[in-house]
Design a protein around this ligand. Structure first.
Ligand code: HEC
Length: 158
């Protein structure tokens, strides 16, 4: 009698245990499914997270931007476009007559310079003269490009 009773109880507990196990498994599977969806919506891959949390603006400390750097490549590949070079490199000073530079398009300013002769003007533009920096401060300009710029300046001053 006793043995039969405990036998039933034993089978009963195994069945109960299996049912509970099954429920937990189903529950876990459901939770995993939900979790998977969440992850898919909002990727946690390293680069995605970095992308999301990166600062809105980046400040560059260190190398100071070189003022004339951006147009340089463009100017050099333009192959001596005087007008472009003057606009991008020389106008910075010459458009306003800054530091007593001969002003663009001002014949009075240029007359005494022109008297010195083209070779002098070319070589002063290439090598610099007092406050006038060599090659207008852009060492990437070739001799021909500086000369083209001078030619353009003079053509504007007549
Ligand atoms: C940082 C300012 C500045 C820039 C940039 C500049 N110049 Fe000048 N330039 C001057 C000043 C100042 C003078 C007058 C120098 C003097 O007579 O003492 C001058 C003078 C000149 C002269 C006359 C030189 C002479 O013998 O009288 C020429 C030509 C000239 N610049 C060409 C150029 C060209 C071409 C560029 C661009 C490639 C250029 N400059 C860029 C400041 C500048």
């Amino acid at each position: 009698m006793d043995t039969q009773k405990s036998g039933k109880f034993f089978v009963g507990s195994i069945v109960t245990f299996l049912i509970v196990l099954l429920l937990v498994k189903v529950l876990l599977a459901t939770m995993q499914g939900v979790a998977k969806n969440v992850v898919a919506l909002d990727s946690m891959a390293d680069e995605d997270v970095v992308e999301r949390i990166k600062p809105v603006a980046e400040v560059y400390v260190g190398e100071a931007p070189v003022i004339a750097a951006a147009p340089v490549a463009e100017v050099s590949s333009a192959g001596g476009n005087g007008e472009k070079i003057v606009a991008q490199v020389c106008a910075m000073c010459h458009s306003t007559g800054m530091m007593n530079s001969p002003k663009l398009g001002n014949a009075t300013d240029w007359a005494p310079r022109i008297e010195k002769g083209m070779d002098t003007l070319y070589s002063n533009a290439i090598n610099g003269l007092n406050m006038m920096p060599a090659r207008g401060g852009n060492p990437n300009l070739s001799d021909d490009e500086v000369k083209a710029a001078v030619d353009y300046m003079l053509s504007e001053a007549q």
